[in-house]
Design a protein around this ligand. Structure first.
Ligand code: GDD
Ligand code: MN
Length: 372
């Protein structure tokens, strides 16, 4: 027996754990939950007052298109209230909002202006002081609502008193470097929808995040100490015993940055890491069905990347000590990168690891916009 053998055996056990747990979780959700009826009673005639909140920081290029997109919704216009919350934009965004409002007097529009920029969640909490709808829909200025019937569908899902929050699945507008973005989303959408069928999903999306306003008040608004405002709030709603669901018929398209793609993924990974770190202490309070989902996602986002890192470090150390088996395993791991799902997976692990390190000095609560 060589001195490196125990290292290699440990590394292989870690690699096995790293891949088998997500595969088992994916398999379980896909076969048991993805196509199950989700026991939600939908009333399509339910038309409560909806407050659509659009946070903006320097969105002059998008804001009018965004307001048009809300205006074009097939939902009674007198049941919609638009609240734009702007945090000291310097590109004339608020002026464009006011001009648009003058041209469209038949829809209620409020502009809330913050004197300084303190981040999206902070701005959303400011907006909450000005909303009157039974439902609050948060939607990013640079995104579009999924279809003209998006608000109608949101209202229908929330007509079930057991549902507290609704979001959309995402398809990328571009496939990202090497097709990685498209492949990543395909995998994640299956998880999101299946988790929603099971009970609730702990990951929401900024293109469309709808909440019952009473629940937002109960959970104290959006968390300002972490970046993932929508996902964390959805998780708190699920902890209150209400479903936080991603509906498969609400499909948002997301613009993918052409430049700075990697930094964009890292920042968003940072926010997810912050969200799941903050969720650890909530686990014991989670309803039974949700506990499995939350525990699995915490594991996948926080522990699993570290397991891969440790395994790789052990193999590198063994290879450096002359172990050929370790070298062959490392090379195999590299060659496999030509296989797309594997490459997607490994890239995601890298983003999460870089995100964990980066979170040590910056939380990116106020971030620099990535050009798309
Ligand atoms: N009022 C206000 N104040 N709005 C802001 C601020 C701020 O400090 N920072 C960003 N926003 C607005 C943007 O104008 C945009 O409408 C929305 O918040 C999302 O910001 P983007 O810069 O477009 O980020 P993204 O496309 O990568 O956003 C995604 O990731 C974020 C977390 O990293 C979305 O899913 C966001 O909803 C999510 O918060
Ligand atoms: Mn955006």
């Amino acid at each position: 027996m060589q001195i490196t053998d125990p290292l290699i055996i440990t590394a292989m056990a870690l690699v096995f754990t790293h891949f088998s747990i997500p595969i088992a979780y994916y398999w379980y959700l896909r076969t048991r939950w993805l196509n199950r009826p989700w026991n939600i009673v939908v009333d399509p005639s339910h038309t409560p007052m909806i407050s659509v909140v659009v946070p903006t920081y320097n969105e002059a290029g998008f804001i009018e298109g965004k307001l048009d997109n809300i205006y074009d919704q097939e939902y009674p216009r007198d049941r919609i209230e638009v609240v734009v919350v702007d945090s000291a934009s310097t590109d004339g965004t608020p002026e464009r909002v006011l001009e648009w409002g003058n041209r469209h007097p038949d829809i209620a529009l409020k502009l809330v202006r913050e004197p300084v920029r303190r981040g999206k969640a902070y701005a959303l909490n400011e907006a909450l002081k000005h909303v009157s709808g039974e439902i609050v829909v948060v939607t990013d200025a640079d995104s579009r609502l999924p279809g003209r019937d998006a608000l109608k569908k949101v209202a229908a899902y929330l007509s079930d008193p057991g549902v507290g929050a609704v979001s959309c699945v995402k398809i990328p507008g571009a496939s990202g470097p090497g097709g990685v973005e498209a492949s990543y989303r395909g995998f994640y959408n299956v998880l999101r929808v299946a988790e929603s069928n099971l009970y609730s999903t702990p990951v929401f999306h900024g293109e469309l995040a709808a909440f019952r306003r009473s629940l937002l008040e109960e959970v104290g608004g959006f968390p300002t100490d972490i970046g993932s405002d929508d996902s964390h709030t959805a998780t708190l709603v699920a902890l209150k015993g209400y479903r936080a669901i991603i509906a498969r018929d609400l499909v948002c398209e997301e613009a993918i940055p052409r430049r700075e793609y990697h930094m964009w993924r890292v920042r968003r990974a940072q926010h997810l890491v912050q969200h799941f770190t903050k969720s650890i202490r909530l686990l014991s309070k989670a309803p039974k069905d949700f506990r499995l989902v939350l525990a699995a996602e915490i594991f996948l986002h926080l522990l699993n990347p570290l397991i891969l890192l440790i395994a790789t470090a052990l193999l590198v150390a063994s290879a450096a000590m002359g172990a050929t088996t370790a070298l062959i395993l490392l090379l195999a791991g590299l060659i496999l990168l030509i296989y797309m799902p594997y490459r997607t997976w490994i890239t995601t692990q890298l983003y999460l690891l870089i995100a964990m390190v980066r979170n040590l000095w910056t939380k990116e609560i106020v971030w620099r916009k990535t050009e798309k």
